[in-house]
Write a protein that binds this ligand. Structure first.
Ligand code: HEM
Length: 457
């Protein structure tokens, strides 16, 4: 005998739509967790979605034999741009398998090490910009780091200089990507009857898609005309013939654009949250700086240095626990099943949203101080002995993040370089963290100042 999943009272036709937080959905779902507990269900204009938030349920649902990644909401809309690229493909689409097998080696730790110099080239730009700013200038780390992350992926994955960081004005490609992703998000929340009426928006959306795909096609054709032996993701996809695997040009473009989408705000948001927490805990910032000074000194950090800074890793892990930038992921049961040790029935295909943001604060795993920032809980073997699936900012299983090593190396390099070069402070010392959410979460209205120390990039 199963139990009904709790559901807040709703309204005819609209269901529970008024329980949603349109600005920061993750926080709206969090408020409902506090009211309804580890599992609840919402009816959103006729569509039922189940939400789970405890570690126990997230752990049970982290099982590729019973649950598959759902492509719904903004992710489904993003298919208008990148079709069955590796991030947005349904599990059974052949191009996912093909791209996954081709790209796994290109995203492996040894290949990522070779990308350090390209990463450094871009990360030096933020150091130079902040060094040149007049003392006391209010800096927007989230925006600057987003540009750094975007330029880094473009350079490392396809040797293309997007120049979003150094340009005075926003380059057309970067503007198109940002507008297109915002529109994917809006489309996911817009009733289909309204969609047809926003014709100017639709036409701009399709123009943006065309601009991005044409740019990626140019990059691909240039690479064909001027082959290099660079071990980047573009070559991994183009030089596949030897292994008998073949991706069409359309699929190569789908995946190049996918890396830019999947990898920029996730990475920059994480670094921004880490900077916020460090500024709120000056003793931890000092501890990190001492580690950077001891391991890296005034030299450029090498891969070996990045691997010798356990406190830096702990700071990033703890920031990703409290603020996993991909705060929610959605799965579907492969068959009719029950969850919660047989307590709740869930039908095949039902969307189940895993609230990573809440599961990462489960007191049963993290203790009564789960809401607090304590990098120490990730040190001295404690991270490795966490219960399975307690820390899941990169997702789970076969559809987990392929860019994890890439992001990790980039975040370690950029954060270490910032701490190495600057005395940081909150522009407004009374600032308390606010969050904004498009597809990912990031800090809102977060500004800092940066005073150069005496190390040159
Ligand atoms: C801190 C940075 C990052 C975070 C927190 C993050 C998080 C995630 C998460 C949670 C997923 C699974 C999504 C789901 O189950 O629906 C995912 C998948 C993915 N990520 Fe990341 N990501 C990061 C950086 C990157 C970077 C830098 C790249 C590429 C350069 C990247 C490429 C991808 C791709 C291609 C997938 C889809 C894999 C598949 O479905 O087979 N990510 N990421």
């Amino acid at each position: 005998m199963t139990t009904l999943i709790p559901q807040p009272p709703g309204y005819p036709f609209f269901g529970n739509v008024f329980s949603l937080d349109k600005d920061v959905p993750a926080l709206g779902f969090h408020r409902l967790v506090q009211e309804y507990g580890e599992i609840y269900q919402l009816n959103i204009i006729g569509r039922s979605v189940i939400f789970v938030s405890s570690h126990a349920l997230v752990n049970e649902l982290s099982d590729d034999t019973r649950f598959s990644k759902a492509i719904s909401g903004p992710l489904k809309e993003t298919r208008n741009l990148v079709h069955d690229g590796i991030f947005t493909a349904y599990n059974d689409e052949p191009n996912w398998n093909l791209a996954h097998r081709l790209l796994m080696p290109a995203f492996g730790a040894s290949r990522i090490k070779d990308m350090l110099e390209d990463m450094r080239e871009i990360s030096n730009e933020i150091i130079k910009k902040w060094s040149k700013s007049t003392p006391g200038t209010k800096l927007d780390p989230t925006d600057d780091l987003t540009r750094v992350a975007l330029d880094t992926i473009a350079l490392c994955s396809m040797s293309y200089r997007l120049n979003s960081f150094v340009s005075e004005t926003t380059p057309p490609f970067v503007r198109a990507m940002s507008d297109c992703l915002r529109e994917c998000n809006s489309r996911a929340n817009r009733p289909s009857i309204v969609q047809a009426w926003v014709s100017a928006t639709n036409s701009q959306y399709h123009d943006d898609i065309r601009l991005m795909r044409d740019t990626a096609m140019d990059i691909l054709e240039k690479r064909r005309r001027n082959p290099t032996d660079k071990k980047d993701m573009l070559n991994a996809m183009l030089n596949h013939k030897r292994s008998g695997m073949s991706l069409s040009d359309e699929s190569v473009i789908d995946n190049l654009l996918t890396f830019l989408i999947a990898g920029h705000e996730t990475t920059s948001g994480t670094m921004s949250f880490a900077i916020y927490y460090l500024l709120k805990h000056p003793q931890l910032l000092k501890k990190l700086r001492d580690e950077v000074d001891e391991v890296v000194g005034d030299q450029p950090a090498e891969v070996i240095d990045l691997n010798r800074m356990p406190f830096l890793h702990a700071v990033l892990r703890e920031s990703m626990r409290l603020q996993p930038t991909a705060a929610i992921r959605v799965v579907n049961p492969i068959e009719d099943t029950t969850i919660g040790n047989g307590k709740y029935f869930v039908p095949k295909g039902a969307p189940i949203a895993l609230l990573t943001w809440d599961a990462h604060r489960d007191v049963n795993v993290w203790g009564e101080d789960a809401e607090e920032f304590h990098p120490e809980r990730m040190l001295d073997g404690k991270f490795d002995s966490l219960p399975p699936n307690a820390w899941q900012p990169f997702g789970y299983g076969m559809r987990s993040c392929i860019g994890r090593s890439f992001a990790w190396q980039e975040m370690c390099l950029v954060l270490a370089s910032i701490v190495q070069h600057f005395d940081l402070a909150l522009a407004d010392p009374s600032y308390e963290l606010q969050i904004t959410q498009a597809i990912t979460i990031k800090p809102k209205d977060f500004f800092i100042t940066a005073r150069p120390r005496h190390v040159q990039p």
